[in-house]
Design a protein around this ligand. Structure first.
Ligand SMILES: [Cu+2]
Length: 129
């Protein structure tokens, strides 16, 4: 019972007032057009209520219904639009198709993988070492 109580408290901590799950993660990009494109890609995923990308700190804040959408799908949509997220790197073709002003400086594969490993939060239910 105590364990259940702890789980409920943890659960409540991640649910915002808008009745959605709030998640922040890094998305590469440079300009206002990137902001528009990243937010559009994120909100195009069903179950995403809002998406705000901050150009200065390159962080995207997404509010979504975690019962209906897995955050992985949001990362995928953004990568498809040409932007690297901490979870999924955009394909070469998607990156090449970005408007010229949006061609952000890409990290080398090695640095990307290092960052990725450092920043991915533990998946719930995953085995912990
Ligand atoms: Cu841009």
């Amino acid at each position: 019972m105590l364990r259940l109580g702890v789980l409920i408290v943890i659960g409540l901590g991640t649910v915002s007032a808008q009745m959605g799950k709030n998640e922040k993660f890094e998305v590469a990009g440079n300009c206002d057009l990137c902001e528009h494109r990243i937010e559009k890609a994120a909100t195009s995923v069903g179950g995403v209520n809002s998406a705000e990308w901050n150009k200065e700190i390159k962080m995207l804040e997404v509010i979504y219904d975690s019962n209906h959408v897995n955050i992985h799908k949001v990362h995928k949509a953004i990568a498809k639009a040409g932007y690297d997220t901490k979870m999924i790197k955009a394909g070469e073709k998607a990156y090449d198709e970005l408007p010229a002003c949006c061609k952000y400086e890409r990290m080398s594969e090695e640095i990307y993988q290092q960052k990725r490993l450092l920043k991915i939060p533990r998946v719930r239910g995953a085995i912990e070492w």
